[in-house]
Design a protein around this ligand. Structure first.
Ligand SMILES: [Zn+2]
Length: 466
């Protein structure tokens, strides 16, 4: 009788093993993408800057997930913005080497303002040598993370940190906002108005306090990767080259988790087109040392992450799904009168350009060559019950909040500056209010109604993967 029972037990186990789902696997790798040649152009400002060295390393932080049927790739690069062509080329190389379809790969930029220029904005032009280097390194990072695939467990959580995010667009009392770079006085909100500036009324929009986390461990429970998402533009105030708080967060997570060198921390940007780390309602902070603010913010967000990670329920297997769609969006092309005015301004302008009307006049002339419509790549992913969507813009926070609220997958998080760069994405309402993010330039050119179209498509893609 005992022997019979053990026989049943033996076959029972064998049966359940053969019927079990294939092992869930993950691989992570932080590929160094720090430039090797200096000086190098750095974007993120109205004028170009030249970096002479690196304060800290830049990385393309890669995570590959495999549920046995479907593989997903997430890559977050320390860069201000990365044009579509670079990501497409990197994905094609990575697909060739790994067999993972490019449509299952999400690649984004953090939005550090202290990294080499790879997309031309304002007076910074890309460095072709670094573009080739970056493209190859992103692909190499995916290939290495794919090689490292090993049995893993996975979970997710959302912490809250409302201390490091502020809406940077403020409603102002009439008459306190100067003319915009096109000579118009229609703006009712001002970006970065100054600490306790005259005329401050209230922020023009909300914040998103979510610190969203996807946590991956080895099969024996060691930390392998934390992919985080927080809606903060960047911290800044430092010399290039630096990965800003995004890199500091990854380092801090490794310390706090007491993880080994195989651990990869990743901070992706949420929807932070109108969010920064400056509290304009309060007085200007005094005596802040360079890099101090970055460390403070990285630690604060990492502490929130550590707290939230305590509640993670790890799964030995989850289902992975991906959906991708391209949509066509109109371009806010300048009129012939706009172009004529811009040319007149540029005729008398110095090199490099100094004033805002001059800088935006050049943008107007460059935008005149744009096609009437552009394609934007949108994606949705499912990792178990977690949803992730991506947009190729500096997406306003209210758009992310709306997607999170309406998503069929709870929680959902939203990665911006992904798979290309199509400039700022304000809502139609914020367009009406004007301000820097709406001023027509290569960093803000999509049609006024782009955001409802993008939101609608992302919600449809989430329905497809749910
Ligand atoms: Zn920006």
């Amino acid at each position: 009788m005992i022997r019979l029972l053990s026989l049943v037990a033996f076959f029972g186990t064998a049966l359940s093993l053969s019927a079990a789902e294939p092992a869930f696997r993950a691989g992570a790798f932080a590929q160094d993408i720090t430039p090797t040649k200096y000086p190098i152009s750095v974007n993120g400002g109205m004028t170009d800057r030249q970096a002479k060295g690196a304060h800290d390393r830049l990385h393309a932080r890669c995570l590959v997930l495999d549920d046995g049927k479907t593989k997903l790739v997430f890559v977050v690069c320390d860069s201000c913005m990365i044009p579509r062509e670079i990501f497409d080329n990197a994905k094609a190389s990575a697909e060739k080497a790994t067999g993972i379809p490019a449509s299952h790969m999400m690649m984004s930029a953090t939005h550090t303002h202290t990294a080499p220029t790879v997309g031309g904005v304002f007076q910074s032009d890309p460095d072709e040598g670094y573009i080739r280097y970056l493209t190859e390194k992103i692909a190499a990072g995916v290939i290495e993370a794919h090689k490292r695939l090993a049995p893993a467990r996975i979970g997710w959580a959302v912490g809250k940190n409302d201390q490091q995010v502020f809406n940077r667009r403020w409603k102002m009392t009439p008459g306190t906002i100067a003319a915009d770079p096109f000579g118009q006085t229609t703006d009712t909100v001002k970006m970065n108005p100054g600490y306790q500036a005259k005329g401050l009324l209230e922020p023009s929009g909300p914040i998103d306090p979510d610190v969203s986390l996807l946590s991956v461990q080895t099969a024996d429970g060691k930390p392998l990767c934390v992919l985080a998402n927080y809606s903060l533009h960047y911290v800044g105030g430092v010399e290039p080259v630096s990965a800003d708080y995004f890199g500091a967060f990854a380092d801090r997570m490794k310390q706090l988790l007491k993880a080994d060198d195989n651990f990869v921390g990743i901070m992706s940007n949420g929807t932070s087109g109108d969010i920064n780390n400056i509290n304009f309602a309060g007085p200007a902070p005094k005596g802040v040392q360079p890099y101090e603010r970055i460390r403070v913010v990285a630690d604060s967000v990492a502490q929130t992450a550590m707290q939230a990670l305590k509640d993670v329920k790890y799964h030995d297997h989850v289902t992975l799904k991906a959906a991708e769609q391209e949509i066509e969006l109109g371009v806010r092309l300048p009129s012939s009168a706009d172009i004529e005015r811009a040319k007149q301004i540029l005729e008398k302008a110095p090199t490099p350009l100094k004033t805002m009307p001059e800088i935006y006049a050049r943008e107007t002339v460059l935008l005149a060559k744009y096609p009437p419509t552009v394609k934007a790549k949108l994606q949705a992913f499912r990792v178990g019950e977690l949803g992730i969507v991506s947009s190729p813009c500096e997406t306003f926070v209210e758009i992310g909040l709306e997607i999170k609220k309406k998503s069929p997958l709870k929680p959902t998080f939203t990665i911006e500056l992904a798979n290309g760069y199509n400039g700022y994405l304000p809502t139609p309402e914020q367009h009406q209010r004007g301000g820097y993010e709406t001023w027509r330039a290569r960093s803000s050119y999509l049609e006024v109604n782009a955001s409802p179209k993008i939101t609608k498509t992302l919600l449809e893609l989430l329905e497809q993967v749910k």
